[in-house]
Design a binder for this molecule. Sequence first.
Ligand code: A2P
Length: 273
Amino acid sequence: IQSTITLNNGTVIPQVGLGVFQTPDGETTVNAVTAALEAGYRHIDTAMIYGNEASVGEGLRRSGVPRDDVFVTTKLWNDDIRARRGRDAFEESLDRLGLDYVNLYLIHWPADGWSQAWDDLQAIYATGRAKAIGVSNFERHHLEELLAHTDVKPAVDQIESSPQFANQQLIDFAHAQGIDVEAWSPLGGTGGNLLADPQLAEIGDKYGKSAAQVVIRWHIQRGVVVLPKSTHTERIRQNIDVFDFNLTDADMAAIDAIDTGKRNGADPDHFDF
Ligand code: A2P
């Protein structure tokens, strides 16, 4: 009973996916992926730079869940964008994953050369080996530039978004263009203090839910795809057990009010990696 969103090219994406940024390669990632698939996740979000694509593929195979039932995303890294290696880098990602297609392939950051990389993604999309293509960490001006030139509209923009940095104007702009949004660091990220906010626990108490579940539910109700990360089986299970309650408008407004307007992660207009 997971909710899904239909992307602008008709591809269906489960609204909660397991994020594996900073999940160590090897058994930790294999176990996180198998635990997620056993808990009912059907969406895993990785990237070349996370260094764990092979373990994501291994976890998928070990779970016994049919490949076609799972939505797999990976991303083209900045060095490969700058080196104009989009098509080769895509093949290398598929090889590491041990898959013959991904569901979504993203430009990871708007690094120099992204516009040529986008041409590579369009060519890959035409072969059917990426069922959808999109971008990540694109600000409004990047999206405007892309939309002015592209034949294929990006299906998604994956951006930082949490109650502390809602990024709502960018989300509204993307939605108005028919581009869906995926939230990274949706729980405020590693080492964040968001989940300790007593307001979240208080809201959760009304429904028998944790602060993390409340935040994930907030993302779902504002219509974005949410990619919580955990390496703990119990939390992985908890983070998808969010389809049996509804936040009220007042709950949503209280969580909206947490916004500080300050990012936890890198600024897409000034990053140095
Ligand atoms: P861990 O991997 O040790 O479980 P984000 O998804 O915003 O990047 O945040 C992930 C951070 O929140 C990680 O540090 C993760 O730690 C922690 N986390 C994930 N799910 C939960 C949960 N249900 N309860 C508490 N902390 C969580």
